[in-house]
Design a protein around this ligand. Structure first.
Ligand SMILES: C[S@@+](CC[C@H](N)C(=O)[O-])C[C@H]1O[C@@H](n2cnc3c(N)ncnc32)[C@H](O)[C@@H]1O
Length: 275
């Protein structure tokens, strides 16, 4: 069943109405009846609307025709069929947990086993689909674990700002804005697109990028990472095949090739056990 606009829709809509959208590229993720997409199109934005529910796509096309606006409407499971960047992305996400005895089976409402999974996956993929200063506006409930959403934003180097919080019956409904943080923007300007948090090191946090990995020093360890870049550069010039290739270093941020495989410590450990 297509999701009929409710309080959450109206909260997001109140934000859409305030934005200057003329000629902006807009994506309405999980468009439902198309209400957000149609409102943006009426403000002269260039709008795409996607949904996982085919019935929602039919409804949105019909509603757009009736309202006399042009919108590109297509099927996509999150960003699976999206291959461009947007200035604004809106997502009133499904957030109810899929409880074992839940009678709710509707994918407009279920956000995964715990409720937050769809939104977290959306945030993980966001950097690939936002323009440099692009912004995403998300809607979720205090019933979906908010800390998971904040953690996902942090792990994608996205700034999170809560814009609206309203209490309805048994939950708060929240609208937040996500946009690249300073480091993310700094790297984007140098052609490096952060994808998502990869692992934690002693001196740095490591992120997957479009072309390798980025080591971003923890506070106080900037010198260590600069030094590491110097050593890798030196070893690269001596044809050492043990060393990953240094792609670039920007200030104290190091970008190197991602080498997939097993760690030397693991292999040495195995050898010792075998001996
Ligand atoms: C809460 S409804 C919001 C509908 C509409 N945007 C609104 O505000 O009224 C969530 C929508 O997201 C869609 N959806 C759920 N999971 C999705 C996914 N993985 N990819 C794309 N759309 C999804 C649902 O089919 C549903 O239309």
């Amino acid at each position: 069943m297509v999701y009929e606009p409710r309080e959450d829709t109206l909260l997001l809509l109140s934000i859409v109405k305030k934005l200057k959208l003329r000629d902006r590229r807009v994506l309405d993720m999980g468009t439902g009846t198309g209400i957000i997409a149609i409102t943006a199109a009426k403000k002269k934005a260039r709008v795409d609307a996607v949904d996982i529910d085919k019935e929602a796509l039919v409804t949105t096309r019909k509603n757009a025709r009736r309202e006399g606006v042009k919108i590109r409407v297509y099927y996509s499971n999150l960003f699976s069929n999206v291959n461009t960047r947007y200035d604004y992305i809106f997502f009133n996400a499904p957030y109810l947990p899929r409880g074992a005895r839940s009678i709710v089976k509707d994918k407009a409402l279920i956000g995964g086993k715990h409720g937050y999974e769809t939104l977290v996956e959306f945030i993980k993929q966001l950097n690939k689909h936002l323009t440099r200063n692009g912004k995403a506006f998300i809607v979720y409930s205090s019933l979906s674990k908010e800390e998971k959403i904040l953690e996902a934003a942090n792990n994608a180097l996205l700034e999170h700002k809560e814009l609206v919080r309203e209490h309805y019956f048994f939950e708060d409904i929240i609208v937040s804005r996500l946009e690249r943080d300073r480091t993310n923007r700094y790297l984007y300007d140098r052609g490096i697109n952060i994808e998502y948090f990869y692992s934690e090191g002693k001196h740095s946090r490591v992120y997957r990028t479009s072309n390798g990995i980025a080591k971003i020093p923890r506070k106080g360890f900037e010198k260590n990472i600069r030094r590491e870049a110097e050593i890798i550069r030196y070893l690269n010039n001596t044809n050492s095949f043990f060393t990953p290739r240094l792609i670039a270093s920007h200030g104290s941020i190091l970008i190197e090739e991602l080498v997939k495989g097993r760690r030397i410590e693991e292999l040495v450990g195995e050898e010792k056990r075998r001996a």
